[in-house]
Write a protein that binds this ligand. Structure first.
Ligand code: AN7
Length: 402
């Protein structure tokens, strides 16, 4: 009970067409449900475990899904950081608690299930890391091969380790993510592989469940949802899902969708700040948050709509602001995230300081990936362990205790 619709010109396509962009105008496609025929009773949803599949009436999969039990991630109150920043109602949805340690698993359980549903036998993606780790794991779960293209030297160690261990064909491209994405699109077109980047409309359906879970957990609609933005797939997906809930009458308003980028890689922020109709790509994006080191966000126009239609905003944070917040989350709240994820909370701090966020708002930050994804950046920021001889006096001396 759904079809594919061009997000720009509205052209409709059958749901079983293997198509990522509109044949007429080249823009992206979205899954459109006939919401008048979808029957959802929230009390039925609430009886199911908190997970991506709680919301299966609003997902396109009809076969038994390829799953590793994704979703159902914790929503933490950031009491100390919230008080410090001056926003007492500050929460983090910890997507690093997914099976492979990032929100990408929500997309891949749906995306790889759709690959099987559509009869595809090989899957592929380009990735700044997390997408490749997740695709590798879900392809293994499905028993099909995966090909992943990574920007050489710019992928965090944990993510490469995952892609390799789960048995994907891992290719390191001498070029940035944006170039790798162009290449994998060409490969998928010429060799019939199923593409699972965020231009894939089905994958984003899984990711929209971040918003659904947030509303079930809080409970209710937060005033604002804040997400780190790279390709802008996630912020667009969460917005799409919440819009569906509103159309169905299950919620009565939308949160202000707020996107945070790294200062060295911030084309969406620029488009919002300057009121541009389109996102102008950046040639050489650079940031310590390699996950969001993306200059040409493919979902950019959808993100602009999500932000503008909800009265949200976009802001850039520097690498040092990102790393400081990563440390604060780890040390003041016990929440371990990778740099890109800390960007969302660092962005809130900045927007409160500049008076754009009202301190009374209820704010949910999506923290997208786990601390262990990028151990090298962590080690560079922390003091090395103190090595001692194996006796108690040496231990006391190292601790400076008597
Ligand atoms: C931790 O893995 O693009 O704005 O190829 O890994 O939906 O792109 C990762 C993106 C935020 C940005 N936080 O999400 C990839 C990839 C983390 C991420 C993002 C990513 P989008």
């Amino acid at each position: 009970m759904y079809r594919l619709t061009c997000v720009y010109c509205g052209e409709k396509y059958r749901p079983d067409e293997i198509l990522y962009t509109c044949r007429k105008c080249g823009h992206l496609l979205a899954v459109e449900y006939d919401l008048s025929r979808v029957s959802i009773r929230p009390e039925v949803w609430r009886k199911r475990p908190l997970s991506v599949w709680r919301y299966r009436e609003l997902l396109p999969v009809t076969i038994p899904p390829v799953t590793l039990q994704e979703g159902g991630t914790p929503l933490y109150h950031l009491k100390r950081i919230g008080e410090e920043i001056g926003v007492p109602k500050l929460y983090a949805k910890h997507e690093g608690m997914n099976p492979t340690g990032s929100f990408k698993d929500r997309g891949m359980t749906v995306g790889v299930s759709m690959a099987l549903q559509l009869g595809k036998t090989t899957v592929a993606c380009a990735s700044t890391g997390n997408t490749s780790a997740s695709l590798a794991a879900y392809a293994a779960r499905a028993g099909i091969p995966a090909v992943v293209l990574l920007p050489s030297g710019k992928v965090a160690l944990g993510k490469v380790a995952q892609a390799l261990m789960h048995g994907a064909r891992v290719i390191s491209v001498r070029g940035n993510f944006d170039r790798a994405l162009e290449m994998v699109q060409e490969l998928c077109t010429s060799h019939g592989l199923y593409l699972l980047n965020s231009i894939n409309p089905f994958r984003l359906e899984g990711q929209k469940t971040i918003g659904f879970e947030t509303i079930d957990q809080l409970p209710g609609v937060p005033d604002r949802m804040v997400l780190p933005v790279g390709n802008a797939g996630n912020i667009s997906a969460v917005y799409k899902g919440l819009l569906e809930l509103k159309t169905l009458g299950l919620i009565d308003r939308l949160p202000m969708m707020t996107g945070i980028q790294a200062a060295g890689s911030s084309p969406v922020v620029r488009a919002i700040r300057e009121g541009l109709a389109e996102v102008v790509p950046e040639e050489s994006p650079e940031t310590v948050a390699t996950a969001i080191r993306i200059g040409a966000p493919v979902n950019g126009e959808k993100a602009l709509e999500a932000i503008r239609k909800t009265g949200g905003t976009a802001a850039a944070v520097t690498d040092s602001e990102i790393l400081a917040m990563q440390k604060d989350l780890a040390r003041k709240e016990g929440i371990g995230v990778e740099p890109a994820s800390a960007a969302s909370v660092a962005g809130v701090r900045k927007l409160v300081d500049s008076g754009i966020i009202d301190p009374s708002e209820c704010i949910v930050c999506v923290v997208t990936g786990h601390l262990l994804k990028d151990p090298e950046t962590v080690i560079r920021q922390c003091e090395s362990p103190t090595e001692i001889d194996a006796d108690l006096p040496s231990l006391l001396s190292a601790l400076q205790w008597s």
